[in-house]
Write a protein that binds this ligand. Sequence first.
Ligand SMILES: Cc1ncc(COP(=O)(O)O)c(C=O)c1O
Length: 358
Amino acid sequence: MARAFNFCAGPAVLPLEVLQQAQAELVDYQGTGMSIMEMSHRGKHYEAVHNEAMANIRTLMNLSDDYAVLFLQGGASMQFAMVPMNFLPTGATADYVNAGSWGSAAVKQARLLGNINIAADCEKDIPTRVPEAAELKHTPGAAYLHLTSNETISGAQWQQFPKTDVPLICDMSSDILSRPLDYRQFAMVYAGAQKNLGPSGVTLVVVRKDLAAKAAKTIPAMLRYQTHIENDSLYNTPPCFSIYILALTTRWLKNFGVDNMFRRNRDKAQMLYDIIDASGYYRGTAKKECRSDMNITFRLPTSELEDHFCAEAAKAGLSQLKGHRSVGGVRASIYNAFPVDGVQALVAFMQEFEKRNG
Ligand SMILES: Cc1ncc(COP(=O)(O)O)c(C=O)c1O
């Protein structure tokens, strides 16, 4: 079997053990004679999967009963609208940090729905970065403060989150459960599953129940968090297969441990940053203090060389290294499931490529 070293930013590589288990169970799930995709979402087999997925998230994030765990559809992009719909009352203001393309996408949707204050804007800064806590211009009594923990495209990541008296809401799509965090500092976090949690099609939302309960009753049912809390994320048919893979992936992560995963993620990222820092040929694009453990972004001397680098790498089994189409360059996305030997292979390839083309 030949598995590529897949550096895709998302949908991203899944643990091989998870894929193999899903394969083994695909056509006959636990002796039922059908796959998990083909049975009622209200039956006992699917119910067990659903409950395990929720319990795994609760354990991994160490959540108290004050928080609800929800599995929604519409991607993280739908949360860009649901957050202000639920938490930004008429006349109030919400603070947003714009530190990159995803922060900016969240701002755009929120602006359609209410008053927004940009607490800090460093989207266009080069090198790319997230702001210092002291730079933030808070609105007194803001409805909430929204930020993006890891800007997937630019490769800039918050190392510590700003302290605030207002509810802190965080888009964690590209670094959720990649490091130990105290989730009590957040009123809500959300993440499309397709990087660190499983396949696309399901979005994890962890939200404080008291906050969700206060949202206006005039919001359409599917777009209200309270609807999904009251129905255990079974208000309508959930994305059963995506949640099943999320259950297997979070089981795998529980066995590994988030602390161990964090150490492994740090080591993997450091291997790449070491070669970038030691080289005059590769140039990292993010400011050192906020560079990401998940998306390692760098440039070569010319865009022609970058194209050549990605094409040659693909031939060597290192696939999907091209930077996002909006910024170019090279991006190695190395989420939890990305193997250490894949990073070692990229390091060797980078050294060899520089020798031949430097
Ligand atoms: C940080 C971040 N937020 C939001 C999104 C959008 O997610 P989705 O495609 O699930 O809507 C992405 C996608 O890559 C992302 O990286």
